[in-house]
Design a protein around this ligand. Structure first.
Ligand code: RIB
Ligand code: CA
Length: 316
């Protein structure tokens, strides 16, 4: 039986790649995309979610709009990283399908409570929707099978401030709620995602299969590579969200430790910094499983092969 997943996502270039990887992986069944502010505005991210699903002939999957602002922090988007459209240089037709009217928070609660113990939530954007769903309906804590969170930086520098990772920094208060709710959490931090660099050679390999989907990934990641080169002198681009998704069906790609993890919401220079107590000085129980090492090239090869395998959409 495929693992039933729902994305909470801010598409976003690497979010789009994660959604395509999920659609190319029979081990998972995508049951919905709940959209949140982050890489781009909620409106733009919702359009992107619909367009990416249509690109992959998956418009049957429901898309719901969530929150457009963090709980407390001011809005922070990432046009320098994902481009003004949120999808880099990729150009997709305006979506023919629409999002469903239900708010993402209500959608998440309804789907999770309807299938206790069966839904895996892939949280690959700021955690605003997830935090409010927990506050609105605490029963989802027991009903969720697990939540895999792309976020945080433990023994690695930040990608948004010197210390903080984007999803966590954008809404640290939401992260604090989710980290301490009692849900089985797997955290996929920059410590592992920054080992997963998609290079130009990998994209050339990907494009040995000509299709609208491989063209999309090439165009979207070309912008992403320019950002990584200019801001971080990385030769390629870090595909954070696809790694989080891959761990839903190939957990053996990483090694893990159960650790007590917190997030700084004190508002100073460390705002949004995720802190893992590796030696448990605080004598607290572990509240999550953290991915600490990864077979990066095995993952990149998996990503390339799966995206190549996605059936191209019919000529529109
Ligand atoms: O820090 C990387 C994360 O922030 C990724 O999920 C990326 O898409 C952005 O949302
Ligand atoms: Ca994301």
């Amino acid at each position: 039986m495929p693992k039933r997943i729902i994305f909470d996502t801010d598409p976003g270039i690497d979010d789009a790649c994660a959604i395509l990887l999920a659609l190319a992986s029979p081990e998972v069944s995508v049951e919905g995309l709940s959209v949140v502010h982050g890489n781009c505005s909620l409106e733009q991210a919702t359009t992107n979610a619909l367009s990416v699903l249509e690109l992959a002939n998956a418009a049957r999957i429901p898309v719901v709009k969530g929150c457009e602002l963090p709980l407390v922090q001011p809005s922070l988007l990432a046009p320098e990283t994902h481009g003004d459209t949120g999808l880099g240089y990729a150009k997709l037709p305006s979506p023919r399908t629409g999002h469903i009217a239900q708010h993402a928070i209500d959608f998440l609660i309804e789907k999770i409570l309807a299938s206790p113990g069966e839904i895996t939530l892939l949280a690959i954007g700021p955690l605003t929707n997830v935090a409010l769903a927990i506050r609105q309906e605490p029963r989802i804590v027991q009903a969720l099978k697990e939540i895999i969170i792309m976020g945080g930086a433990l023994r690695y520098e930040g990608n948004t401030t010197a210390l903080a990772e984007f999803n966590t920094y954008v809404d640290p208060h939401a992260a604090h709620i989710v980290y301490h709710a009692g849900i089985p959490v797997t955290l996929v931090p920059l410590d592992v995602t920054y080992q997963c660099v998609l290079t130009q050679d990998d994209v050339r390999r990907l494009q040995e299969v000509e299709s609208p989907i491989t063209k999309f990934v090439a165009d979207a990641t070309r912008f992403y590579m320019e950002f990584h080169d200019e801001f971080q002198k990385i030769d390629g681009c870090v595909i954070n969200d696809p790694l989080a998704l891959a761990l839903a069906f190939a957990p053996e790609l990483c090694t893990y430790r159960d650790l007590p993890v917190d997030v700084d919401i004190s508002g100073g220079i460390c705002m949004g910094k995720t802190v893992a107590d590796f030696y448990n000085y605080g004598k607290k129980p572990a509240n999550m499983r953290v991915a600490l090492d990864v077979r990066a090239r095995d993952f990149i090869d998996l990503f390339v092969e799966r995206i190549q395998s996605l059936a191209p959409s019919p000529k529109l």
